[in-house]
Design a protein. Sequence first.
Lengths: 110, 110
Amino acid sequence: GQQLNQSPQSMFIQEGEDVSMNCTSSSIFNTWLWYKQDPGEGPVLLIALYKAGELTSNGRLTAQFGITRKDSFLNISASIPSDVGIYFCAGQPGNTPLVFGKGTRLSVIA
Amino acid sequence: SQTIHQWPATLVQPVGSPLSLECTVEGTSNPNLYWYRQAAGRGLQLLFYSIGIDQISSEVPQNLSASRPQDRQFILSSKKLLLSDSGFYLCAWSVGSEAFFGQGTRLTVV
């Protein structure tokens, strides 16, 4: 089946630093989504992207739908301790269930 | 507004025992429903998805089954649990591309 390559797998950053993570696919996606999962809870939708080149912000979070439709990135500015968690990208190639990346585990050092 | 309820939150079951996890969605009609499993520190594995009552697609052959007896009810079952069935089980719903997750069930098979 389709796979998404999400990187990095994990990150350790200082509070206040900016964070960047990305996802790539070998095939074209119509939709890109970014989720955050806190320990022991279900993933929560952060940002949804529907058009190639689209750049969308949600507070300190910014995500972009790549021009080629095969990639997306998520940036977090001025990280804070509550940003800790696992971030997942997800893409939808067509009228099929979402395909998820393996996640980026973010740790923030105060 | 839409809500998703998943229970129980945690479950410890002996090997060979049956399993029934239930998920219900409120505030929407004819949603797509999903069951995912997440191993510790890993990504999301799609187990089953349903586009309507009694319409179930299985993504991974295994010791589990799913049923959708009502429009907004999705049940994950097993007749005999294996140790390898341990994990974090997540139910999700979607109308369109964006999926929304329940709080998850932590299953430990002993």
